[in-house]
Design a protein around this ligand. Sequence first.
Ligand SMILES: [Fe+2]
Ligand SMILES: [Fe+2]
Length: 264
Amino acid sequence: MKILFIGDIFGRPGRTIVRERLKELTSEHQVDLVIANGENAAAGFGITPALAEELFELGIAVITTGNHIWDKREIIEYFQSADGNPYSPARRVLRPANYPDGMPGTGLFEGQTKNDVPYAVMNLQGRVFMTSNDDPFRKADELLKGGKAKIILVDVHAEATSEKVSMGWYLDGRVTAVLGTHTHVPTADERILPGGTAYQTDVGMTGPYDSVIGVKKELIIQRFLTNMPARFEAATGDVRLCAVVIDCDQDTGKARSIQRIMLT
Ligand SMILES: [Fe+2]
Ligand SMILES: [Fe+2]
C-alpha cells in the first residue's frame, strides 16, 4: 500500500501546484491514500472550511495542521459542526492532538481507504521553541492504545530537529510513519527505522520557495534588520511541491520504503 504525504501547503501557489500535479503523482506512484498538511493553505495563515473541502475534492483524504490552525476563526465552527459525527468532512481536518483538553477539533482520524484498508492519522505538535502544550510523546502513547488500524501515519509538527528525531525513535515499530512538518525546509534524512517506521525530519513546504518559508523575503529580512512588526504577505515565485511516498505492508503496517519528492 502506498501513501503520499504532502508537506505544508502554503497559500494559493501551494494549492495550485497540488491541483496541477497530484493526479500525475498518484498515478505514477500508484498511491492509495493521500494526506497533506494544510496549516498554511489560506494565504499562509490557517485554513478555511472552503479551502479544506477544495483540497478534499483534489483527492486528499485527511488534512493535518499545526500552530496556525486557529488563524482562520471559521475553523472553530467547522470543527464543532462535526459534533461527534465520524463521517463529517470536518473530522478529516486535524489539529495537533496534544492541545489542552476541551479545545475544538481532534488530533486523530481513523478511517478506511477506498479499498477498505483501515488506517489512522495522528497530528502532534512539538514543545521546543513553540508554545507549551501537553506532552506529545505521552499523547501519542494514549492515542495508540485503543486503535485498531495497523497503518498509522503521524505528522509531528515541530521546530526542533531533535524533538522530531526523538519522536521517530520513540514511535519506531508502533506506527507506519513519523513525518515532520512546520519548518518548511525539506530534510535529506528520510529512512526506515529498525522497527519498520518510515521517518523524515521535515517533508518541506509545498509553496513558493522564492521566499522566507513562504512569506515575501523582503518583509522578513526587514523584520530581522529592524525588529519592527511587519504584515506578512505570501510570496509567489519558485513554487515547488514537497512530499514523500511511503510503501507499507497493508497487514502489518510496517514501512518498506520512503521516497522524498520535490516537484517544480
Ligand atoms: Fe507550516
Ligand atoms: Fe507550523
